[in-house]
Design a binder for this molecule. Structure first.
Ligand code: FAD
Length: 518
């Protein structure tokens, strides 16, 4: 099929941008189609009253000089995306009677943990060894899913037991194997908000991969997360590609088991024999003609649920925030030691059991506070979707849609309640900062669903459970010829995970790109 484009990429999240930029590296012209008016997906930024906020980026791992993530970002952006190391601790955990810093190097973190739990030194060493094994096992899962079969088959054969052991077990099972101390179990699994499945449900390997990639420290993109779309977009355009916004794909066309192109919401049809989808597995399945979907693929795909949603609080502050309690570390506040507790019903339960707070302006060397000393705080509380389901636009049986007058009123009232409650929780944790807040806004899973199309406003695509990583449904190469899956569903949650998801899709489509990933 001869068309203007070598590939169409649906969605301009980091996964779609990575795929298109990698194709550009192979001199291929990709057309990226984005439904929103702004490119970047969860890496986009937005402004309110002159304060700029990131949507889905607080810190990134594995970006030390010479590490593969760094090498690939440098290569695909021509070195234009710069990363600033977060000085000191990247995470600070606050439990009711214990505060702990997670700071590099790994030996220092081990010492911090052993200092807090002197009787558990052996269990802590066992846990760190499990992190390395778990991360390696998940890396092998991706090789098996995506590499050409002469490479994938021996890897699958020689690693089947390790995969069962680390990918097939939950974080809680593995951590309980390492220690019987309930408080240490909570500390070791506390950052599950980084990948969106409670320790009781999530695959240990996902926990291991994400935790492991921060062990050498964390970084922040200089200028904010908007630089990803800006700079990778230049790479895509330099090869003759394009990033087109306000271009929603409503259908992926298929002819005789081969992808034929896409149709946009405005009715425009664009032909292309290669389509890379960065919009998640479920959204991809919904855009395919049902007669062309492989039954096993569909049932495996719909067998998985979306990951957790979240309520976000965005604060614009004026003043010397560093002198009043803020610093560059992410702060994780827990009301108790029950780390598996989920915020199920914010109607009846005003306090989120766990609160994540970061101050991005303090870690960005490009941030100019100006004479008013302007800064931002981003607050995240993970929440169960069910409390928001009544306003779900995509549910045909849904009751109170925000579009109807009654729906608008009740949704606005609920948002207002959430806003007041989260502000009160923030003010209680940071009393010195409370008077400096000049602007405050809240987002819900409904906002995320609206802006990114994410099912249930999910933070990280599909659930990060063992079945997600063991299913064959999430291979970059789908059962439809010419159709590939990119982004976090094909990779792992997180910017670098979704970036790799995009690269695996591009390499499956253009095999010479495998050399980039070697
Ligand atoms: C609050 C929050 C904090 C986070 N913090 C971090 C962090 O600190 N570090 C980290 O590494 N990760 C973090 N993440 C996770 C990270 O942002 C994501 O894993 C990653 O950005 C996902 O990229 P993606 O390309 O897979 O998907 P997305 O970014 O969701 O991109 C999908 C794109 O597809 C578009 N789209 C959807 N449907 C269509 C359609 N029909 N037609 C055209 N376009 C369509 C969407 O609008 C969107 O732009 C965070 C996420 C959230 C929500």
């Amino acid at each position: 099929m001869k068309t203007q484009w070598d590939a169409i990429v649906i969605g301009s999240g980091i996964g779609g941008l990575a795929a298109a930029a990698a194709l550009a590296d192979a001199d291929k012209k990709a057309l990226v189609l984005e439904r929103h008016a702004k490119a970047g997906g969860l890496t986009q930024t937005f402004e309110r009253q002159g304060f700029r906020f990131n949507v889905g980026v607080h810190y990134l791992g594995g970006l030390g000089e010479g590490q593969i993530n760094r090498r690939l970002f440098d290569h695909l952006s021509g070195g234009r995306i710069r990363f600033a190391p977060i000085p000191g601790a990247y995470d600070r955990l606050h439990f009711p009677d214990l505060t702990l810093d997670f700071a590099p190097p790994q030996t220092a973190l081990r010492a911090t943990l052993k200092n807090a739990f002197p009787a558990e030194a052996a269990g802590i060493d066992k846990y760190f060894a499990a992190l390395a094994d778990g991360a390696r096992a998940l890396g092998n899962v991706f090789t098996i899913r995506s590499a050409p079969w002469p490479i994938a088959t021996p890897v699958a054969w020689s690693n089947r037991q390790a995969i069962e052991r680390w990918v097939g077990r939950t974080t809680w099972e593995v951590v309980c194997d390492c220690t019987a101390d309930e408080r240490l179990r909570a500390v070791l699994t506390a950052q599950w908000g980084d990948y969106g499945s409670r320790p009781l449900d999530g695959s240990f390997a996902a926990h291991a991969l994400v935790m492991q990639h921060y062990l050498d420290g964390a970084w922040y993109p200089v200028g904010g997360s908007g630089v990803f779309a800006q700079e990778l977009g230049k790479t895509i355009q330099a090869a003759g590609g394009e990033v087109r916004t306000s271009a929603e794909v409503t259908a992926i066309r298929v002819q005789g088991k081969q992808v034929a192109g896409v149709t946009l919401a405005n009715g425009e049809a664009i032909d292309c024999a290669r389509v890379i989808s960065d919009i998640g597995l479920h959204n991809t399945l919904r855009r395919l003609p049902s007669s062309e979907i492989d039954y096993q693929w569909m049932s495996d795909g719909y067998d998985m649920q979306p990951s957790m949603g979240y309520v976000g609080l965005y604060l614009g502050l004026e003043g010397d925030i560093a002198a009043h309690g803020a610093d560059a570390a992410n702060r994780w506040f827990f009301d108790d030691w029950d780390i598996n507790r989920l915020w199920r019903d914010p109607f009846d339960e005003p306090r989120a059991p766990a609160l994540f707070v970061s101050f991005p302006s303090l870690r960005d060397p490009a941030h100019e506070p100006g004479p008013a000393r302007r800064h931002t705080a981003e607050v995240v509380a993970l929440v169960d979707w069910s409390a928001f389901a009544q306003w779900d636009r995509s549910d045909p049986t849904g009751g109170l849609r925000p579009e109807t007058a009654a729906g608008r009123e009740s949704y606005a009232a609920f948002k207002d309640l959430l806003h007041r409650n989260l502000r009160a929780q923030f003010d209680q944790r940071f009393p010195g900062l409370a008077p400096m807040v000049k602007m405050s806004e809240v987002s819900t899973p409904i906002s995320v669903a609206h802006y990114t199309g994410a099912e249930h406003g999910a933070m990280y695509g599909l659930e990060t459970t063992p079945r997600r990583f063991l299913t064959p449904a999430l291979r970059p190469r789908t059962p439809v010829r010419g159709l590939y899956l990119a982004g976090q569903d094909a990779g792992t949650p997180g910017v670098t995970g979704a970036f790799f998801g995009g690269l695996m899709a591009a390499a499956s489509c253009e095999p010479k790109l495998w050399s980039l990933l070697r």
